[in-house]
Each structure stands twice: as C-alpha cells, then as structure tokens.
Design a protein around this ligand. Sequence first.
Ligand SMILES: O=C(O)/C=C(\CC(=O)C(=O)O)C(=O)O
Length: 296
Amino acid sequence: MSNFVKDADWLDWHPSPSKPNYTLPAGAVDAHCHVFGPGAQFPFAPERKYTPCDASKDQLWALRDYLGFSRNVIVQATCHGADNRALVDALNHSSGMARGVATVKESVSDAELEALHQAGVRGVRFNFVKRLVDALPFDALTRIADRIKELNWHIVIYFEGQELPELYDFFTSLPTTVVVDHMGRPDVSKPVDGPEFKLFLQLMRDNEHFWSKVSCPERISLAGPTQHYQDVIPFARTVVEQFPDRVLWGTDWPHPNMKTHMPDDGQLVDMIPLFAPTVELQRKLLIDNPMRLYWS
Ligand SMILES: O=C(O)/C=C(\CC(=O)C(=O)O)C(=O)O
C-alpha cells in the first residue's frame, strides 16, 4: 500500500496496451520513461506539484519486454524532486540494461555524483515547465552544469515551445551535450515551417551538440489518439530527417499528468516508422544514438 493518495484527476498508465504492429529492431532503447515510487518504499518529494500513482521498476521492465525494447533510459520526474533513490534502485536492478538522468541540487557532493555515475546516471535534467517545478536560477544551473561536465554527462532540458525565445541564450551557453525533451513541445496548430518551429530547428542546426527526443505525440497532438496523433508526424519527421544522428525516442511511460486520455503504448510504438521512415533512420533513432549517448 502506498502512503500517498494520487491526485483526484490522475490517469493511471494503460493496463493492457496493444501489441505494436511495428517490430522493434533487436536492441532498441526506450530513451524516455520514468519510475514513480512505489511511494511506500520511495516517498514522493514534499515540494512536488503532483502526486502520481505508483509505477515501479518491475512494471517498467514488463512493458519493455512486452513492447520489444531491450533497454531503458529512466528520467527523474519532478514528483521525486532531487531524491534519486527510486531511480538508482531501478538502475541497480536493471542488470545494466537501464541508464538514468537525475535531478540534483547545487549542494550535491562529489561523492554523491560519483555514486550516481556508478549506478548508471549519465545526465541531469533541467526542467523549466512552470506547472511542474520552480526552476533554479540560471547561475545555479550553470554551476551544476560545470560540475557534471567533468563526469562527461549531458543535460536534458524540458520546456514548452512558447518559452524557447527567452531560454534560447541560456540553453546555448550550456557547456555539455544538451538533449531537448519532446522536440521542445511545439504548438502543432502552427505550421511546421512557421517561425516558432523554425527557431527550434535553428537551435538544433546551429548547435551541433544539441539532440532532441521525438517523443510524446500524446502530449503534443491536438488531433488525439483517434486520429493517430497525425498532426505531430510532420514535426517529428522533420527533426529525424534533418538531424538523424541526434535524435532519441521514448514512450514517456507512465505518462504523468495526462488529462485528456491515457495513450496505448503499443500505438505509440507504431508511430516510430512514421517519424523515421527508413530502416537506417530507425536504427539510428532506436539503437545507435541512445547507445552512443548512454552506453559508450
Ligand atoms: O514525463 C514528462 O515528460 C512530462 C511530465 C512530467 C515530468 O516530466 C516531471 O514531472 O518531471 C509532464 O509533462 O507532466
């Protein structure tokens, strides 16, 4: 039993996702997913802005095997704050098949960073989504960035499309590889060749150390699941085709804070060949790129 009561409007992860029609290549990596608790074992952070259902490592491994993935990259979510114990526990029980992206405070010690590295952490996440977190000031983030650079880690950034103009200069000042979550959450009611998405493509083009996850059609789409999230396809496909060596894909399981519906993870996998239409692009997206960033 969890000691926590999930939010009243919380949607639990899909209990019986469909089997994808698309067969993942052997060795495919789900490069964006989370573990939540279980709250009774790994308490959610007092400063959290939402309380989720439990989503344990064993439930994540079951989904991995069911969909046909080999590996996971587990990203620390804000409901656990900078307490990375659930993440580290999952990594330590993954037989080396999972890597992690942690959240740290400036007060983190060198020994703690080293322990995270030993567990399989290879990056930190800077989250700028206001409904999720009170972001640290830029100077504090810069000091964290300078420290994790020494470990050869990267920085994952999470923001919403409309915030990019004001965050752009800070992002490009970061000293490590930078991975953008969910293509910077574009507004897909705007044209793919319009000024908003052009700014994101410019960020990627002018900064060769920037990568992007082509993930979360279920969050970005206005068309929704019955329309197979088709309004997201031109955006994801543009990113994959322009930057084939700097893209990652992930389920985003257990899909925190979805309010309109809970996606079918099998249906999400079936979007991969629409985002990456050739076998070579799929291999880069699902294997070569995540292996280079997380396992080399
Ligand atoms: O899973 C995601 O990518 C998105 C989240 C949650 C999150 O990232 C967090 O809590 O850190 C969201 O938009 O609610």
